[in-house]
Design a protein around this ligand. Structure first.
Ligand SMILES: *[C@@H]1O[C@H](CO)[C@@H](O)[C@H](O)[C@H]1NC(C)=O
Ligand SMILES: *[C@@H]1O[C@H](CO)[C@@H](O)[C@H](O)[C@H]1NC(C)=O
Length: 316
């Protein structure tokens, strides 16, 4: 019984993938284009879907998953990434997921945080399945972005055997790439620590951002909350190695940023943006936001770069 139903599920998803169209195509969604709607999964997990004003249920539409930082909620991530602002995005669905609390009230985190026990890989898969039933999702153009520990979780998605094959490109911002396996400070060597990864395909597109003045998740890595954080440059280099790219990045200076530089491997398949010496634990923006408090504004908008990056990648 079980193997039979699993096989038919696999066939159904193969069929929809082959056409790049989801089961939700040619159906009227339960809410109007240009709006948000809150949902809860059968497991009680919360998420919010935004449909661009141009949404047309006869067209397979790309979708972005967005993950807030630790101790944050969906509202804050909506205000931070601005991906539902037509200035940045007019044509991608955005799905904001809500992390669960761990260890103390208000402390919302994702799988991979030192004190998290939740299954957010499963949650993400459930959300994709549910959204695809109601909305016409382009199954070849699903993307993930997130901030801080949410960015760390985006790194885990890219390293997940299953979801790395469903998500076309990954863009973490100020990512906290905790390695829980190393729980003793003396064993944490940020420059050389190997990031555990079980990616299900090669040529995975990665665009990561990090500030030089990040006092929360240091650019140089280190031991934090009982786990080891890799140096960000080493984390990016390991992605270049997994994608079989030349280990020396091509550097592009970021105009107006304090020593800001984009380090691109393989013509940009993997890129690390060093936001600048003065940029803290913030979503890079030329405008004030809740991360930068109006100080040390970035020379660029990360959301613009993220959209360009997503537009240039899709699954085969
Ligand atoms: C690229 O930029 C990084 C960060 O500033 C630097 O460490 C590296 O040496 C640069 N590489 C080249 C080839 O200039
Ligand atoms: C960054 O985004 C804001 C809108 O949030 C926009 O007004 C500004 O012009 C953008 N900056 C650049 C450099 O594109």
């Amino acid at each position: 019984m079980h193997s039979l139903s699993l096989a038919s599920i696999a066939l159904v998803s193969l069929a929809s993938t082959a056409q790049g169209k989801a089961a939700g195509c040619d159906q009227k969604p339960s809410f109007a284009a240009g709006n948000f709607k809150d949902f809860t999964t059968s497991e009680g997990r919360e998420y919010r879907v935004w449909l661009p004003a141009s949404y047309d249920s006869s067209k397979a539409t790309p979708l972005i998953l967005s993950y807030h930082g630790a101790n944050r909620v969906i509202d804050e991530q909506v205000a931070l990434d601005k991906l539902s602002d037509p200035f940045f995005n007019k044509d991608h669905i955005v799905v904001y997921l809500q992390g669960l609390e761990a260890s103390r009230p208000g402390h919302t985190v994702w799988e991979g945080a030192p004190d998290s026990t939740s299954d957010d890989i499963g949650f993400t898969a459930d959300v994709l399945e549910a959204v695809s039933k109601e909305i016409c999702v382009d199954e070849k153009r699903i993307y993930a972005t997130g901030k801080s520990q949410g960015g760390g979780f985006v790194g885990r998605l890219a390293c997940d055997a299953g979801l790395s094959k469903r998500i076309a490109a990954f863009a973490p911002v100020s990512g906290a790439y905790y390695i829980k396996e190393i729980d003793v400070k003396a064993d944490c060597h940020p420059e050389s620590v190997k990031v555990p990864c079980d990616a299900g395909r090669s040529n995975i597109p990665i665009l990561a951002f990090h500030g030089g003045a990040d006092a929360t998740i240091n650019y140089n890595g280190g031991f934090r909350s009982g786990a080891c954080l890799p140096a960000i440059s080493s984390w990016a280099k390991q992605w270049a190695a997994r994608d079989h790219l030349d280990q020396t990045p091509a550097n592009t200076t970021i105009t107006g940023a304090q020593n800001g530089v984009k380090m691109s491997y393989g013509g940009g398949l993997v890129s690390l943006v060093y936001d600048g010496d003065n940029i803290g634990h913030a979503w890079p923006s030329t405008q004030p936001n809740s991360d930068n408090d109006g100080k040390d504004l970035a020379a660029f908008n990360a959301s613009t770069s993220i959209m360009e990056f997503f537009r240039s990648h899709k699954l085969d």
